[in-house]
Design a protein around this ligand. Structure first.
Ligand code: BGC
Length: 458
C-alpha cells in the first residue's frame, strides 16, 4: 500500500490579514494618541457670558495699524507690486499722513493706553543713504503728540513694506542687505528712543516670506520654497542683529517681534495624512521661528544672535486653518471650517479658543506676551462685536490662569488697505468712507471703548 505523502508543514508565516490587523491597530493607536496629545479645544459659547471678565490695572489696551495700510501716497515695494499685479492700488489709503492728528483724536475717543504703528522706511530713506528730514520730523511730532495724549507708542520697524531701492537689491533674500535695514533701524531708534520704549522689529516674518516668496500674493510675487526659507531665516537673523544693536544704544527699551500664530489643525482628525500636513505646516509657520528664538538655529543654520533676542514676544492671532494634503495655492479661497464655526469675511473661521494654544506656544519663549494684533474683517460689523468680546474674554481667562499677557491691541483702528485683498476687507473699529475720508465709529468700536472703560474701573 502506498504510504500517503505527508507534506511538511511550512514554517508558520503570517497571513496578509494578520499584517493588516497589526497596521490597523498601530494606525488607530497613533490617531488616538495624537488626538489626546493635541486636542482641538472648542467651547460651548452659548453657556459663556463674555461680559464676565477682569483685568489687572496694569493691563494695556491698544489698537494697531501699519504705515502702508493707512498713510497713502507711498512709493515702495508694495506700490510697485500693486501696479504689476492683479490687486487694487493702495493710492491715498486713509490719507493718514495728512490726517494723523484727527486720527489720534480717535485713539483718545476710544480711551486706549497704547498705539502700535509702523514707520515707513521708504519715506524716511527714499534713496539709499538719503534721509528725509521732513518725514523724520513728522514721525517725531506724531510721537510727541501721542505722549501728550498719554498714549504709549509702540513702533514697528518693518511691517511688510520697504523702499523700492532695497527691493531692487533683492531685499531680505540677500543676507548682505541686512546691514542696510539695520542701519536704518539704528538711525530711527537713536532719534526716537528717548520717547518710545516699546519697539517691534519685524512684523510676522513667516507671513512676509511665505506670502511674498511662495504664495505670490505679496511682493515680490515669487514661488520658490528655497527663497521662502532663505528670506524667513534672513529676516529672523536681521531681527537678532537689530535687537542687540538697539539694546547697546538704550538698554532700557523693550524690544520684540510680532509673530503671527496661525494654528494648523487636521481637517479630518482620523486621517494621518491630514495630521502630517498640519504638523509640517505648523513647523514651517510657527515652530521654526519659535525654535530659532529659543535655540538660535533655523533650518540647519546657527544664528547665535537670535537666541533669546526678546524682551517680549508680540502675538498676532487670527484663526486656525484646517489642513489636508490638498493645500490652496493662494488664499483667495474659503478655508474649511468646523460645522459650528462662523466664517469671517476673510474666508477663515472665528476660533477664539485658539488664543489659548497660541499663548501657550509663545510662552515657551519665557518672556511676557503682548497681543500685538487681533481682529476680524467684517464689512457690516455683524460679527466683530462678538468676535471682539470672545477674544477679550479669552484674554481675561488666560490672565486668571496666570499667563503673562501684558496688552491687547485690536487690529485695527480703522478700515485700511488690506494688502493683497485691497480695500475689499474692512477690519476697522472705525468705518472709513474712502471717498470722503470720513471715519465713523462702529458698534464694535463703542463696545471696545466700553471694555476699556470698564476695565479701568475694576
Ligand atoms: C497683518 C496686518 C493685516 C492683518 C489682517 C496681519 O497678519 O500684520 O497687516 O492687515 O493681518 O489680515
Amino acid at each position: 500500500m502506498k504510504r500517503p505523502y505527508l507534506k511538511p508543514r511550512e514554517p508558520s508565516g503570517m497571513e496578509w490579514w494578520t499584517y493588516l490587523s497589526f497596521a490597523a491597530v498601530i494606525y488607530v493607536a497613533t490617531i488616538v494618541s495624537l488626538r489626546m496629545l493635541y486636542p482641538e479645544k472648542h467651547l460651548d459659547w452659548s453657556i459663556i457670558d463674555e461680559t464676565q471678565r477682569t483685568f489687572p490695572e496694569s493691563f494695556q489696551w491698544g489698537v494697531a495699524t501699519a504705515s502702508h495700510q493707512i498713510e497713502g501716497g507711498n512709493s515702495n515695494n508694495w506700490t510697485e507690486f500693486e501696479t504689476r499685479s492683479n490687486i487694487e492700488e493702495s493710492g491715498d489709503a486713509c490719507d493718514h499722513w495728512n490726517r494723523w492728528q484727527e486720527d489720534f483724536q480717535l485713539l483718545e475717543e476710544l480711551g486706549v493706553a497704547t498705539y502700535r504703528f509702523s514707520l515707513e522706511w521708504s519715506r524716511i530713506e527714499p534713496e539709499k543713504g538719503q534721509w528725509n528730514a521732513e518725514a523724520l520730523q513728522q514721525y517725531s511730532d506724531m510721537i510727541d503728540d501721542l505722549c501728550r495724549r498719554g498714549i504709549r507708542p509702540m513702533i514697528t520697524l518693518h511691517h511688510f513694506s520697504h523702499p523700492q531701492w532695497f527691493e531692487q537689491r533683492e531685499g531680505f533674500l540677500d543676507k548682505d542687505n541686512i546691514g542696510l535695514w539695520v542701519h536704518y533701524c539704528e538711525k530711527v531708534f537713536e532719534r526716537y528712543c528717548d520717547r518710545v520704549t516699546d519697539w517691534c522689529t519685524v512684523n510676522e516674518p513667516e507671513v512676509f516670506s511665505i506670502m511674498g516668496y511662495f504664495m505670490k500674493m505679496f511682493p515680490p510675487g515669487k514661488r520658490s520654497l528655497r527663497s521662502t526659507l532663505t528670506v524667513m531665516r534672513n529676516v529672523v537673523q536681521a531681527h537678532g542683529i537689530v535687537y542687540h544693536r538697539l539694546k547697546q544704544h538704550n538698554p532700557v527699551c523693550r524690544i520684540g517681534l510680532a509673530k503671527n500664530v496661525t494654528l494648523f489643525d487636521p481637517l479630518k482628525r482620523w486621517n494621518l495624512l491630514h495630521w502630517t500636513t498640519s504638523a509640517a505646516l505648523n513647523f514651517v509657520w510657527n515652530g521654526a521661528i519659535v525654535r530659532a528664538l529659543k535655540k538660535g538655529t533655523m533650518f540647519g543654520k546657527k544664528m547665535p544672535l537670535v537666541r533669546g533676542s526678546l524682551d517680549f514676544i508680540g502675538l498676532n492671532y487670527y484663526t486656525h486653518v484646517l489642513t489636508s494634503p490638498f493645500l490652496p495655492q493662494t488664499n483667495e479661497v474659503n478655508f474649511p471650517k468646523r460645522s459650528h464655526e462662523t466664517m469671517t469675511d476673510f474666508g477663515y473661521p472665528m476660533y477664539a479658543e485658539g488664543l489659548e494654544r497660541a499663548v501657550k506656544m509663545l510662552e515657551t519663549l519665557e518672556v511676557p506676551i503682548e497681543i500685538t494684533e487681533n481682529g476680524t474683517a467684517d464689512q457690516h460689523d455683524t460679527l466683530r462685536p462678538i468676535h471682539l468680546q470672545r477674544h477679550v474674554w479669552m484674554v481675561s481667562e488666560l490672565l486668571q490662569q496666570g499667563h503673562d499677557i501684558r496688552s491687547y491691541y485690536h487690529w485695527s483702528l480703522m478700515d485700511n488697505f488690506e494688502w493683497a485683498e485691497g480695500y475689499s476687507l474692512r477690519f476697522g473699529l472705525y468705518h472709513v468712507d474712502y471717498q470722503t475720508q470720513v471715519r465713523t465709529l462702529r458698534q464694535s468700536g463703542s463696545i471696545y471703548r466700553d471694555i476699556i472703560n470698564e476695565a479701568s474701573q475694576d
